[in-house]
Design a protein around this ligand. Structure first.
Ligand code: DGY
Length: 341
């Protein structure tokens, strides 16, 4: 009598050609179906791909809602995000269905903090404007008064949120001679890098305000017209977290009126965006990047690999390595365990 073929769980991956070898590892153990379209899948397309899957590996920009979880079906046990932010996930819907959700902390903080530091320097020193002028053939003479920016050394950096990326930025800022302060609503502690200050004081006294909170109901629109008005007219606002934390209309107005020196954004409320005449792209005192905070080969590979390891662990009946905060990383349902190691 021949042995029954080993069960190979079905796993969906929401993009093809992801960096790292995580997906290859998954392919050795599971029936992997990946989305091969040139554009990201629509919610319907992702739902069809997910049907019958026990695990999903998705990106932070994919919506993981009740409809997707239900489309996957009752065998779904884990959604592994290759992303630190999990604002695209309906966490309650996943918990109700006993599905583990994992994310990728630890592996991207330094890389993203590099981009935050770059945005501080680019915005305060007006470097993109200088480069644009050069490319237009306007560098006819060395001028003492051209592209004058504001110094970073001696300036005060105010961090809104004080997680891994904010602390990595604090370390960099110290090397640039900046003073660092932070606000976190619950953890009211100083440390060797930074001192805790109330939110209002941070806005009032910082030369650079950098946003590092996750996007939640509480933080949506946290930096609006009122908060921008409290900031110094010589201040710079930087956001490498999530676009929804900053009210973009209010930011554009403050920049146009000269109520704020400059801003640097790696994230926007609506992403992606392709209109070259988008006011966010044409405002001279605003530096924008297309969500590249974690975009190095090594870091993006590490994100995908960690997501794959989380998925493997849960399907093998082990707790996830990095479940989203406040969860155990163990599914509360499931039929079988698969030995993968
Ligand atoms: C993250 O990890 O949250 C980045 O924004 C990429 O999704």
């Amino acid at each position: 009598m021949s042995a029954a073929p080993a069960h190979r769980p079905r796993v969906a991956v929401s993009r093809t050609g992801l960096p790292g070898d995580g997906v290859e590892r998954l392919t050795a153990r599971f029936d992997v179906v990946d989305w091969t379209g040139t554009q990201p899948p629509s919610p319907d397309q992702l739902a069809r791909l997910a049907k019958g899957c026990e695990g999903l590996l998705v990106l932070g920009s994919d919506r993981v809602d009740a409809a997707l979880l239900d489309a996957a079906g009752p065998d779904l046990r884990v959604v592994a995000l290759a992303s630190m932010g999990y604002d695209g996930v309906d966490v309650a819907a996943a918990a109700q269905r006993g599905v583990v959700v994992t994310h990728t902390p630890d592996v991207l903080a330094d890389t993203t903090a590099d981009v935050a530091m770059a945005l501080i320097l680019m915005s305060r020193r007006r470097l993109p404007a200088a480069m644009d002028a050069l490319r237009r053939g306007e560098w006819g003479a060395f001028r003492m008064d051209a592209f004058l920016g504001l110094d970073v050394q001696g300036a005060t950096l105010g961090l809104i949120g004080y997680g891994q990326i904010a602390r990595a930025l604090a370390r960099r800022a110290a090397g640039f001679g900046m003073r660092v302060q932070h606000h976190h609503p619950r953890r009211r502690e100083d440390d060797e890098l930074s001192r805790w200050v109330p939110f209002d004081e941070l806005l009032r006294t910082s030369d650079v305000v950098s946003v590092h909170t996750p996007l939640t109901k509480e933080t949506e629109g946290l930096i609006g017209a009122v908060e921008l008005a409290v900031m110094k007219p010589t201040a710079t606002l930087v956001n490498t977290g999530r676009g929804g934390v900053v009210d973009e209309e209010a930011l554009l107005t403050a920049l146009r009126r000269g109520e704020l020196h400059s801003a640097g954004l790696d994230v926007m409320t609506a992403e992606p965006r392709t209109d070259p005449s988008d006011p966010l792209f044409t405002e001279p005192h605003l530096v924008v990047l297309p969500h590249v905070g974690s975009a190095t080969e090594a870091t993006r590979s590490a994100m995908v690999n960690l997501a794959a390891r989380n998925l493997e662990a849960v399907l093998a009946g082990h707790p996830a390595l990095t479940p989203i905060p406040g969860t155990t990383g163990l599914p509360t349902h499931g039929r079988r365990q698969h030995t993968t190691r």
